[in-house]
Design a protein around this ligand. Structure first.
Ligand code: HEM
Length: 308
């Protein structure tokens, strides 16, 4: 009883501190409906978001698995927001990195839902009605990279040499690795997948890159490392390396394998909905997306994503 009284006093004090009347608050509580699962989780809304464009049954699998991926990417961003934008003590920092590792593991291990779980014939029919849309246009995928590392590191080594202190952030985006999916450097033309994507998101990308310049993970861990003992340093480095490998080699490889299953088997290479030279573009060896390059040896970097 005493405990109850002290609890009520705490709540009263909290409400009064916010300028709220505790009595009115309690009267309101009396009328509150009991919470239930379906409203809290918004099940009806969630299950109303699958709208196939064709009558092929497997298109629903395709849509839902993309939606599942977007939710998992949001889980990763949820941790990144805290890692980059708040001050977190090192042990928790490492714990949160391992959450990101587990989310990425989930993405890789579940990709068989795509690779084995759709009819080859049906997929190659319904995908024709989706062009020029492509998973390439997942903005969350790009926000994650901008929170993980510096824009300069998202530029191929051979273009990076051309950067000067005067190069603006907006100009740097002309050279990020993902331009290779849709920008023809000879004709200077971008395909529709890329130009639609940039029209919608480029402002946000530049803004995020600007906000993250000194707060992205690659910057943050370096500051943190200086204040850790040897064990602390080793733990932090192991977690960062695990995430870099899982996100930038393992997931891209299962994704590429799936693209090969549907777009390359049976002797011919098909054009992807996003129109990239996909087999070259999607390979981690070509992209060379490495968020924390200082944590890898020269040899490891050279062999990044090498198959077999
Ligand atoms: C049958 C399944 C899939 C196939 C055949 C496939 C194929 C491709 C291809 C060929 C590209 C290169 C861009 C293009 O030309 O379109 C691409 C890019 C991409 N796809 Fe998929 N994809 C599949 C499933 C998924 C799923 C489930 C996701 C989850 C969101 C996804 C996310 C992405 C992302 C983020 C990129 C850009 C990767 C990068 O820039 O490194 N894809 N995909």
């Amino acid at each position: 009883m005493e405990q109850m009284e002290s609890l009520i006093n705490d709540i009263k004090a909290k409400l009064q501190a916010n300028g709220q009347d505790p009595e009115n608050y309690l009267r309101g509580l009396k009328h509150n409906r009991a919470i239930n699962y379906w409203e809290y989780i918004q099940v009806d809304t969630l299950l109303s978001l699958q709208n196939p464009r064709t009558d092929f049954k497997d298109e629903t699998i395709f849509i839902m698995y993309h939606q599942i991926t977007e939710l998992v990417l949001k889980l990763i961003r949820h941790e990144l927001d805290q890692l980059c934008l708040t001050e977190i003590e090192p042990t928790l920092f490492v714990e949160k990195l391992y959450r990101m590792v587990r989310y990425t593991d989930l993405l890789s291990s579940s990709f068989s839902i795509m690779n084995q779980g759709m009819s080859y014939e049906d997929y190659n029919q319904f995908r024709l009605s989706l062009s020029p849309a492509s998973g390439f246009q997942s903005a969350q995928f790009r926000f994650i990279e901008l929170m993980c590392t510096d824009v300069d590191l998202l530029i191929h080594e051979h273009f990076r040499k051309n950067l000067t202190p005067e190069t603006t952030l907006a100009e740097k985006f002309d050279f990020v690795y993902w331009q290779e999916a849709g920008y023809n450097r000879e004709t200077k033309k971008k395909n529709k997948t890329l130009s639609d994507f940039e029209t919608k998101y480029m402002g946000n990308f530049i803004q995020t890159a600007a906000n993250m310049q000194d707060k992205n993970l690659n910057q943050k861990y370096k500051t943190m490392l200086k204040n850790l003992d040897q064990t602390g340093q080793e733990n932090l480095i192991a977690a960062l390396r695990a995430f870099d490998k899982k996100y930038n080699i393992d997931w891209p490889m299962v994704h590429l394998e799936t693209a090969r299953t549907y777009l390359k088997s049976k002797g011919e290479v098909k054009t992807a909905t996003g129109g990239s030279h996909w087999e070259k573009y999607l390979h981690p060896q070509f992209q060379r997306r490495i968020y924390f390059p200082d944590l890898w040896s020269k040899e490891e970097i050279e062999n990044w994503g090498k198959e077999g």
